[in-house]
Design a protein around this ligand. Structure first.
Ligand SMILES: Nc1ncnc2c1ncn2[C@@H]1O[C@H](COP(=O)(O)OP(=O)(O)OP(=O)(O)O)[C@@H](O)[C@H]1O
Ligand SMILES: [Mg+2]
Length: 501
């Protein structure tokens, strides 16, 4: 009988300085199955798939692919053997075009070894269409939104004709429609006998698309479960070793005084005539499809980007921040959706990253007070349960979700009065996500105003007291309390200017 197992992993262990990232992990991926890998932030998921794809080498243990010994020395080797890999952290070349990125290192050749860019473009165009996007293969990757960059990563892996496709949090910045497209593609690959290893913190997706689930906890494999015989609750309790309930904290409909008011804010085609206010004690949602202009408005308000017209008032006084430093001085913070390129100093210690926004409060006569620096860092490591080997750990070496928590910590550390949070829980595990949600509510109860930008509708609905919906740079409506439903948001998110009431 033919062996159903494509990839067999036996007793893999991987140790980093100070952490056992994987501890004797064994599991099997069958031919044509969609196999989920779940676990809390830092559980070892990315480490395991990095080993499978030859990015890292294990300290001990072995693997077989098609019953043959499999020990890739580098990613190229795994690629040749049919392993496609979409990284959790984007690994594209920003200054190259989409097509060049998709075909990097293996551009089709014409006569005399000349690269055939035209062919690369046409093929890339075809793949992009499968994804129902109208992106131009010639566009430079740096001009793309994060969501579109993620699509390019996926297309790149698909173009490789792989037997095992590894997706490390592929949907974390995709819209629901894009996620559905991806699932369509996964179903299609599966029917062609291709196996998928799927990492996600979104259990509803895991249950929708996967056949089996392997749960990792603290580097060890807890269990492999068949989706048909388990439930989300069971998976969560296996992941965290306890059960978690109450997904969203109770709302607080009685907002306080207005803190920030925006009137008629416009900036070219990015957004026009945006007006709203943020009150103390409330969570205001900015909803809309990716590209609606939500982040652009927030960035302009926080002095990161410019706006052309309009007024902004803080506690009734007209202000304009020319840079983010000025915004921080007024305790207005923007948590970026883009942690890798602008949110963190990846090569510096956790400590440095957390205190960077509050250097003023921990410095005396130009000297950083090391004691204060440490206590501030420890406080947030504890509050946010950041999993790290120590305060000196480089952020680069933290798991994706723990990097996200460091970014949240650095903004909490300034005690903001208004905090814009752009996709704050992207890549964060269920337990920590609930903790961040409770923390957001607690901050509100202490009087700060939060503006939440999220592409996850349940998060907007579960968290916000008030929601502003945008489409194509315009505000298409505002919803309060009971009006905040999926249906109302979707309707406004698709509404056109001439239909605005
Ligand atoms: N290069 C490295 N050097 C040191 N420690 C590392 C390195 N890479 C990962 N780690 C540590 O190994 C552990 C497992 O990390 P990993 O990235 O595999 O987690 P994960 O399950 O993918 O988490 P997440 O859901 O947050 O992405 C973490 O404690 C992390 O800090
Ligand atoms: Mg990871």
């Amino acid at each position: 009988m033919e062996d159903k197992v494509l990839l067999r992993i036996r007793n893999i262990t991987k140790i980093f300085p100070g952490v056992k990232a994987l501890d004797q992990v064994s599991l099997q991926v069958e031919v044509g199955e969609v196999h989920a890998l779940v676990g809390e932030n830092g559980a070892g998921k990315s480490t395991l798939v990095n080993i499978i794809s030859g990015v890292l080498r294990p300290d001990s243990g072995e693997m077989t692919l098609d019953q043959r010994k499999y020990a890739p020395a580098n990613p190229r080797e795994s690629q040749i053997l049919g392993i496609g890999f979409v990284h959790q952290e984007m690994a594209l070349c920003p200054h190259l075009s989409i097509a060049e990125n998709v075909f990097i290192g293996r551009l089709p050749r014409k006569l005399a070894a000349l690269a055939d860019f035209e062919k690369a473009r046409v093929e890339t165009g075809g793949l992009l269409k499968k994804f129902a996007t109208d992106l131009d293969p010639k566009t430079k990757v740096q001009e793309l939104t994060i969501a579109n960059q993620q699509i390019v990563e996926i297309i790149k892996a698909l173009s490789l004709d792989c037997r095992l496709l590894i997706l490390d949090e592929p949907t974390s910045s995709l819209t629901e429609a894009e996620t559905e497209n991806l699932f369509q593609i996964i179903t299609d690959l599966k029917s062609r006998g291709i196996s998928i290893l799927y990492i996600s913190h979104r259990l509803s997706e895991v249950f929708q698309i996967c056949d089996r689930i392997s749960v990792l906890r603290d580097g060890g494999l807890v269990k492999t479960l068949a989706v048909a015989d388990t439930s989300e609750d069971e998976v969560i309790s296996q992941m965290v070793g306890r059960s978690i309930e109450a997904f969203y904290p109770a709302k607080h409909p009685n907002a306080g005084e207005e803190i920030l008011r925006v009137e008629d804010l416009s900036c070219g085609k990015k957004f026009q005539h945006i007006s709203f206010s943020v009150r103390g004690g409330e969570i205001l949602g900015l909803s809309g499809l990716i590209g609606a202009g939500r982040s652009e408005v927030a960035r302009a308000l926080c002095g990161i980007d410019r706006y052309e017209k309009g007024q902004v008032y803080l506690y009734g006084k007209k202000i304009r921040f020319n840079n983010s430093y000025e915004a921080i001085q007024s305790k207005i913070a923007y948590l970026t959706e883009n942690r890798k390129t602008e949110g963190l100093f990846l090569k510096l210690a956790i400590k440095t990253n957390i205190v960077v926004t509050s250097l003023k409060t921990i410095t005396r006569r130009k000297l950083v007070d090391r004691g204060k620096e440490e206590s501030l860092t420890r406080k947030y490591i504890e509050i946010l349960r950041i999993k790290t080997a120590g305060l000196q750990q480089k952020v680069l070496n933290l798991s994706g979700g723990n990097q996200q928590k460091v970014m949240v910590a650095k903004w909490l550390a300034i005690n903001p009065v208004v905090l814009f949070m752009d996709e704050p829980t992207r890549g964060i595990d269920v337990g920590a996500k609930t903790e961040i949600h409770y923390l957001m509510r607690e901050l509100c109860n202490r009087g700060i105003g939060i503006v939440l930008i999220s592409s996850e509708l349940p998060e907007i609905i579960g968290m916000c007291d008030r929601v502003i919906v945008m489409n194509e740079g315009l505000k298409t409506g505002e919803l309060v309390g009971e009006e905040i439903t999926e249906e109302n948001i979707m309707r406004l998110a698709a509404a056109k200017k001439n239909k605005i009431a």
